[in-house]
Design a protein around this ligand. Structure first.
Ligand SMILES: Cc1cc2nc3c(=O)[nH]c(=O)nc-3n(C[C@H](O)[C@H](O)[C@H](O)COP(=O)(O)O)c2cc1C
Length: 215
């Protein structure tokens, strides 16, 4: 039996640079996995709090993480009613600088959701896979469905789309949110270790203060 303490070393002054470093190490450690999942928790009138997995789509030009959704989802309605959100990323078996495998949890604390301007949505829509585009048209998110009915609707939609020879238009429901956090929290742990955390706290002067915090 052994025990050790993890240590996060040489972390950059800016949390977004730290996040990019971890994403790079994760991508290098898992070259075949193409998506980064993020868990998004929102305030919900019915359930108090509600979380779900969404796809991390990258950073906006002003360096905030963003995801894509539709205006008919509960996550959209929740964020519109109350933009406060909590977010976690979880990356396992990531190769550390010393070739050890570690786990990272990245947490955005006190994040404020800001909807991206409509002018940015066409470019994002154009990059979507056909399957994602069709889902945006045919799925009544969260409502009970009959598989056979939905399949018939899907197959008809696909057939008509292919026959039209045209690109699918962006539906009005298609949108995205970026998240502006008050704190970024990075937890690293290896096997047999007590985790270390580095937390970045946004100061009133707009600068980030960073510190190790206990796990
Ligand atoms: C791997 C994965 C990725 C997902 N990505 C998204 C996404 O990017 N945007 C989204 O709105 N829903 C995404 N979903 C679906 C959500 O988890 C959720 O089921 C849906 O948005 C409805 O949630 P709501 O009722 O809380 O709004 C994803 C689900 C999984 C499993």
């Amino acid at each position: 039996m052994t025990s050790a303490l993890a240590k996060i070393t040489n972390y950059p002054a800016n949390p977004v640079d730290m996040f990019k470093q971890i994403l790079q190490a994760d991508a290098k450690s898992h070259p075949d996995s193409v998506v980064v999942d993020m868990n998004l928790a929102t305030l919900d009138e019915e359930f108090g709090v509600l979380n779900r997995t969404v796809i991390y789509r990258g950073l906006t030009p002003d360096n905030y993480p963003f995801y894509i959704t539709h205006r008919y989802t509960r996550n959209f309605k929740n964020l519109q009613a109350n933009p406060k959100a909590g977010i976690t990323f979880y990356m396992t078996n990531v190769q550390d600088n010393d070739y050890k495998e570690v786990t990272w949890q990245v947490r955005l604390i006190g994040a404020k959701a800001v909807e991206l301007p409509d002018s940015e949505m066409d470019a994002l829509w154009a990059k979507e896979e056909l399957v994602s585009q069709i889902r945006g048209y045919i799925c009544p998110c969260g409502e009970p469905i009959n598989h056979d009915d939905l399949k018939a609707k899907h197959d008809k939609f696909l057939e008509e789309h292919l026959a039209s020879g045209k690109a699918l238009e962006r539906p009005r429901s298609y949108t995205a949110f970026k998240f502006e956090p008050q704190r970024w929290d990075f937890l690293k742990v290896g096997r047999g270790e007590i985790a270390d955390r580095v937390q970045y706290r946004l100061q009133d002067n707009g600068k980030w203060e960073s510190m190790h915090v206990s796990t």
